[in-house]
Design a binder for this molecule. Sequence first.
Ligand SMILES: Cc1cc2nc3c(=O)[nH]c(=O)nc-3n(C[C@H](O)[C@H](O)[C@H](O)COP(=O)(O)OP(=O)(O)OC[C@H]3O[C@@H](n4cnc5c(N)ncnc54)[C@H](O)[C@@H]3O)c2cc1C
Length: 484
Amino acid sequence: MLSFVVLAGQLLLLIGGAVFGSLVLLLLLVKWWLERPLRQPIGRVRAGGPFKGQAPDDDTYEVCIVGAGPAGSSCAYFSVKGGVKTLLLERKTFPRDKYCGDGVCTPAINILEEMGVMKTLKENNEVKFADAGGLVSPAGLSYIGASVEKLGNAAACAVKRLHLDMRMAFAARDAGASLLEEQDVIGAEFDDSRGIWTVKTEAGASYKARLLVCADGAPSRLATKLGYCTEAPKGISSRAFISGKHNTNFDGVCFYLKGALPGYCAIFRHPNDELNFCYYLIPCGKEGMCGDVSEKDLPRLHNYAIKEDPFVSAAIGKQAKIEPMKAAALRLARQGVSKSYGPQLLIVGDAAGQCDPLTGEGIHTAMIGGKQAALTIIEMSREGDYSEESCKVYEDRWLKEFGHDFPISVMGSWLLWKCPMLIDATAAEMQRQGDKMLALWAELMTCMKPKTYFLHPSIALPLGVAVVRRYLSTLIFGEAKRQL
Ligand SMILES: Cc1cc2nc3c(=O)[nH]c(=O)nc-3n(C[C@H](O)[C@H](O)[C@H](O)COP(=O)(O)OP(=O)(O)OC[C@H]3O[C@@H](n4cnc5c(N)ncnc54)[C@H](O)[C@@H]3O)c2cc1C
């Protein structure tokens, strides 16, 4: 009898081991398959182009960048550093506001360090590193910790766009780019015979350049006019600054509220203790919908969260001064822009839909896109070749850097919408594992690791177990009430 029990135990162990091993193998295989774009070789800029060895005329720039947001300014900074004669045109005058959550992720922090902008932001007390952060799940499970303990650095920081964009544009100018403000670009014409763009502004000015970079933000007006962008953006996000007395003692938290998934809201804290509250609606499901809600629901959702949601309203408190809601469009995951290049043309940042479709965040991707564009521009300038084939190298590069992740992020959004329990389980796992799990989550959500890493057994298996545990506890004990 005893030997039978031992035998049965050994058999069970063997079967369990085989199932576990197959699962790990399957996860690694799917991850490997999804990461194919990362292994694909990138083409090269064509050598010996028609402009090789020819300095541009005095009245002509090598590159004209339209829009001095994070994409345009990073592109201008790195281009001019590489010796390219660069013009940066901006519609507004700095300092100027841009509706945003002001959450700046690690890849952007690294680029800001490289540009010398982070030093200026720190010196002027314009940046707050998110040392304490976390998330609140749809069922009300929350974890706020310090991923910085595991990562060595904060995964994100908060900087007002009033400061960030001005400092970046001025860094590009100080590096040698010609920055012209109050230049509302209304169109651009290409002279095929000379290979020169003429860029025109509302006030009647015109500028000549060999290469045109559209970096004019989510509405992508210039790329639309030139025929490269075919749709209006489908995502939207709100913003409200909150000042005065509030109850927030964390630096950055995401709140996933039932009903608006895969959208979410977030609070980031600024160095002057002001808060930034944002509500992101992520396109998902039927045309025109963001899960179960649409753009017209945003004011209701925004105000409900601030006034009624037990977590958000408690963090804001009753005495805080809340700015009226502002909103702006999100163009996510290349929406409406199937090609981000053309002959002597690049499209960068939100204008190319380089915003992450799982988080709605795009400052870091705009900067990476801007830098990759600049690296390609420098090579094109050296070779005197701005052909479509050479410009495509830029698209290959940004897809390899972060764009390859977009289909997985889109899938992730859909899963969050259909299965909110995934976030509940993630929050539960954070409560169990502490900052280790929070740090992993932060790395994945801020583009430090590709989203395919969600399939790595070290994260997929504990999350899978957490989902089963959560499912069983809901089945047995029912849905927990959202409470503090
Ligand atoms: C409410 C909201 C909250 C967000 N929160 C976050 C967040 O917390 N973190 C994050 O990473 N991302 C966030 N995003 C996304 C982020 O704002 C964008 O991804 C980022 O700003 C993209 O940078 P960009 O340079 O491509 O475009 P933009 O920042 O939009 O810059 C475009 C620039 O072009 C200029 N311009 C436009 N038209 C013309 C013209 N005709 N002529 C000359 N200049 C022109 C504009 O004035 C502007 O300076 C948020 C977006 C919204 C709407």
